[in-house]
Design a protein around this ligand. Sequence first.
Ligand code: BGC
Length: 430
Amino acid sequence: MNALSQLAAAISLATLLPFTAQAAESKGSVEVVHWWTSGGEKAAVDVLKAQVEKDGFTWKDGAVAGGGGATAMTVLKSRTVAGNPPGVAQIKGPDIQDWGSMGLLSTDTLKDVAKQEKWDELLDKKVSDAVKYDGEYVAVPVNIHRVNWLWVNPQVLEKAGVAKAPTSLEEFYAAADKLKAAGFIALAHGGQPWQDSTVFENLVLSVMGPQGYEQAFVKLDDKALTGPEMVKSFTELKKVATYMDPNRAGRDWNIAAADVINGKAGMQIMGDWAKSEWTAAKKVAGKDYQCVPFPGTEKAFTYNVDSLAIFKLNADRTGDIAAQQDLAKVALGEEFQKVFSINKGSIPVRKDMLASMDKHGFDSCAQASARDFLADGGNGGLQPSMAHNMATSLAVQGAIFDVVTNYINDPNADPAQAAKRLASAIKAAR
Ligand code: BGC
């Protein structure tokens, strides 16, 4: 073979090989932008990836690190502006409507899957409304997280002479004082805006009750935002902050969780994705750790529904559209709902499973969560989480985050002034 025909043979092989390999391997591909990057979160998302791949599709992982998802949202926006959105992205709450109104999400892709799989029957109306745009599903909800939890290491509490997990703010401060005196970090925390606001929304829920919380963070009512109970919530936030690790600046939530797991700290205020870290560390709920509703919020449930939005693709990308449909079908399937939530720390989004949690092997925290979700749905206690994009637009949420984080870090901050700032920042962002 002369040099020229050698080159021709090499070129034809090179063009043939990837083609045949790809044709045999994949029916289409789906890129998923999400922020599930901690050890426990990754174990959960790997369940979805494995099933989509088993069904013959290629999974392109679009993970963007950063708890709460602010960085992932920035990446998603800039990719979309550049004309390169992924097929699927983790988008939640009212933000779904914004993406839908820009014409970026598909109102067609999920039509048949939702009908065949009876999504309208499977899902609570609050949930299905949130993932529909213009009456059609544009996202698939994968789980329900509860945000008003306190995570407790009972061994640490015992060493500090605390008899039981606190159920009121007074008990919380008393326990924290003992933990501090015994040389532990009383409250593990990462100083990031979304974590600061996660603590703050729990305090608002505790001080103002679910109805007050709703007035403030859902209705954005001026009176509720500046009233005495909001001022009290800010006052409590300053007090709670005195129990946080002084080296908390910028710390990720899962690093804070590890401090509680490893016995350096006694407690953490965090949604139940924190449980994913305990599960990954092979710890058992009710034995190695306890989950209790954040003190003063046992009659409430702040919900946070993770959902995967489906982007509009050109009609000729039939394989990739089939991949989106496969992912959506898998995500609401019974087996996935079970294994994903067990790894993720959440509860399923399917009503039939919420009503039969013990049958599916969920632990005591998840069972309590499902019970409270169902009960609080009927008594006004079920409220969308502000800090986790379920209650307001991202613009309003960003305004709240700024006020809360500035307040927590300002040694001279005044609670009454902070409440006023909160109201005016929200007004400007609306
Ligand atoms: C998401 C969770 C995630 C957590 C930490 C929340 O906003 O809903 O799925 O585990 O942030 O990143």
